[in-house]
Design a protein around this ligand. Structure first.
Ligand SMILES: NC(=O)C1=CN([C@@H]2O[C@H](COP(=O)(O)OP(=O)(O)OC[C@H]3O[C@@H](n4cnc5c(N)ncnc54)[C@H](OP(=O)(O)O)[C@@H]3O)[C@@H](O)[C@H]2O)C=CC1
Ligand SMILES: CC(=O)C(=O)O
Ligand SMILES: [Mg+2]
Length: 549
């Protein structure tokens, strides 16, 4: 039933951006024709937040908590963000990884209300008309996915929409982007997930994914429609499969304000965490041998930024490359392989480098760790438990402070669990994970939180920066500036026992610092209008949306 009240503004109760629910004052109730439509008591936002957290706590499972919070978001956006802000560390795993993965898998079953835009291939002639149907005219940030590589759980088809919705809620919570100026988009080009194709409740276009020629033409039409309708918007590509992710980024990065979060955001957060780790380990990144398990777009994106950092620290490009080792499902990337993309080939080793290793076929991760003094081991492979006890002990036998980041999401896909890494290395490992894990227990002191090395430290701040600075492009230097600013905020720089990345409670202040660094770089790169630091700070402050009524 639609509540219409008697005043000219009576529908306000149903408008998630304007409603205050029971917090409407007596005067507001009279003004908006709401008298009698609400119970008599007038509550405060703080009362409502406490009541909602009570509801969250009473739910039996995290998936139910996710469903409750998503419903709250659709009902009252100010209250939703006030609830999240009241306890960011507890809220984050409920609206983001790992719970959002379950929300994506069960998207059709859990469907309640529409949010964002669903642009399906059969409607390809009407892309611009559909964009015009967006709920709010002005948009600062779009997050778009085609649902093909959702976290580490593969093709979720239309269910992938959970990710743009979740990411954009963090743009607001952390980056302060007005929720009415965000737009989640799902490009529905079919699904190759047989369970979804067989699911009678599946809400997407029930069809196999279209072929690449049609796919790239569809993406081009989508980008052209965005350019025509929203020429200044930030367009974030999220969770595209590796064969599409890098080509799309290459095609559009110099044409509009855009970036790929999995490639560039992940690289920036990893480099930021590595800055803290280098400080504690007392070694420069450029002096390390760095191994990446996983040669997808995320892994290669991280290694590209690692390589660039080594060059900035004084290594020649060839020296830097020789210190990077990338292993995929077949084994080490080597130049004699014929199954590598150009981006992967940039990290391939000459087979001569490993000729004396006495290994049958391609060396695997264990072989690399056995033959190389690995200082940094990173995982973006989706391979649960791939950092085995033997591998980690072998690495830790050769370095004082092994840096081990199992970064795959959600939790079940992590290459190792922090407690195991901690025990196998007698507490020497410097650890960061992609999804949240419990803190490490210490016999002689308080528990130590595990840093969550997730691109959520980066994308909201980048969105805040480009919106405030009116940037027209996202340059590599801007992403490097984000990484450095995050690294500079690492608690480990001041306390070797502290986590490598800032606490969630501080994440909004950290985002302001990252946003300033990124905005400054945008000005320096000539992709944003001239502005002083003070002007940029003012613009960042002015851009931040406040969830108070
Ligand atoms: N922490 C964070 O912020 C982020 C984490 N991620 C996570 O990174 C993971 C990967 O993402 P993405 O790069 O896009 O995905 P892809 O699926 O494209 O890449 C996975 C890579 O890992 C390789 N791989 C798979 N299984 C194994 C195995 N058993 N041993 C060795 N290598 C293996 C694959 O090889 P092959 O192609 O030959 O099968 C491929 O190179 C996901 O879990 C995602 O959630 C992503 C972005 C951000
Ligand atoms: C965090 C993220 O973007 C991913 O796992 O894909
Ligand atoms: Mg992602």
């Amino acid at each position: 039933m639609t509540v219409t009240g008697t005043g000219d503004d009576g529908v306000i109760l149903d408008d998630p951006m304007r409603t205050k629910g029971t917090a409407f004052t007596a005067e507001e109730r009279a003004e908006h024709g709401l008298r009698g439509l609400l119970p008599y008591a007038v509550t405060t936002l703080e009362d409502q937040v406490r009541r909602c957290w009570g509801e969250v706590d009473r739910q039996a499972t995290d998936l139910q908590r996710y469903v409750y919070l998503r419903s709250l978001q659709d009902r009252n956006e100010h209250l939703f963000y006030s609830v999240l802000a009241a306890d960011v560390p507890t809220a984050l795993p409920l609206v983001y990884t790992p719970t959002v993965a379950e929300g994506c898998k069960r998207f059709s079953e859990l469907w309640r209300r529409p949010r964002g835009l669903y642009l399906a291939w059969p409607d390809r002639d009407a892309l611009r008309d559909m964009l015009r149907n967006r709920p709010h005219d002005e948009v600062d940030v779009i997050v778009v996915t085609d649902g093909q590589r959702i976290l580490g759980i593969g093709d979720q088809g239309v269910g992938g929409m959970g990710i743009p919705v979740g990411k954009l809620s963090l743009y607001t919570l952390i980056g302060g982007i007005d929720p009415a100026r965000t737009l989640p988009i799902l490009l529905d080009v079919g699904t190759d997930n047989p369970d979804l194709l067989d699911d009678p409740f599946y809400l997407g276009w029930r069809h196999r994914r279209i072929d690449d020629e049609d796919y790239f033409a569809f993406v081009e039409d989508f980008v052209a429609a965005v350019e025509a309708e929203l020429p200044e918007v930030l367009l974030q590509w999220e969770d595209f499969a590796t064969p599409h992710a890098a080509p799309i980024l290459a095609r559009y990065r110099d044409r509009l304000l855009t970036f790929n979060d999995d490639i560039q955001g992940t690289a920036a957060v990893a480099l930021g965490a590595l800055q803290g780790a280098a400080e504690v380990a007392g070694t420069r990144l450029a002096d390390q041998q760095v191994v990446m398990l996983g040669a997808g777009s995320a892994g290669i994106g991280v290694m590209e930024m690692v390589r660039q950092e080594m060059v900035d620290q004084g290594r020649s490009p060839d020296e830097a490359r020789s210190r990077c080792w990338v292993v995929d499902v077949r084994g080490l990337l080597t130049t004699d392989r014929d199954d590598l993309s150009g981006d992967q080939r940039a990290f391939a080793h000459d087979p001569a480098d490993v000729a004396d290793w006495d290994v049958e076929g391609l060396p695997g991760l264990a072989d690399v760790v056995e033959h190389v003094t690995v200082g940094v081991l990173l995982g973006l492979s989706t391979a649960q438990g791939a950092f085995t006890e033997d591998i980690v002990r072998s690495m830790a036998a050769k370095v004082d402070r092994p840096v081990v980041f199992p970064l795959s999401n959600p939790t079940a896909n992590a290459e190792a669990r922090p407690a195991e890494l901690d025990s196998w290395t007698d507490g020497r490992a410097l650890i960061a994970t992609g999804s949240p894990f419990p803190p490490l227990a210490r016999a002689d002191g308080p528990d130590v939180p595990v840093a969550q090395c997730n691109n959520v430290y980066i994308f909201p701040a980048v969105g805040l920066a480009v919106t405030a600075a009116k940037a027209t492009r996202v340059t590599d230097a801007m992403m490097r500036a984000a990484a450095r600013a995050l690294g500079d905020a690492s608690p480990a720089l001041h306390d070797p026992h502290a986590p490598l990345l800032p606490a969630w409670a501080d994440v909004r202040a950290v985002a302001d610092g990252i946003a300033l660094a990124v905005a400054r770089q945008a000005v320096a790169d000539g992709v944003a209008p001239e502005a002083s630091d003070d002007e940029l700070r003012d613009a960042i402050r002015a851009t931040r949306w406040d969830p108070a009524y």
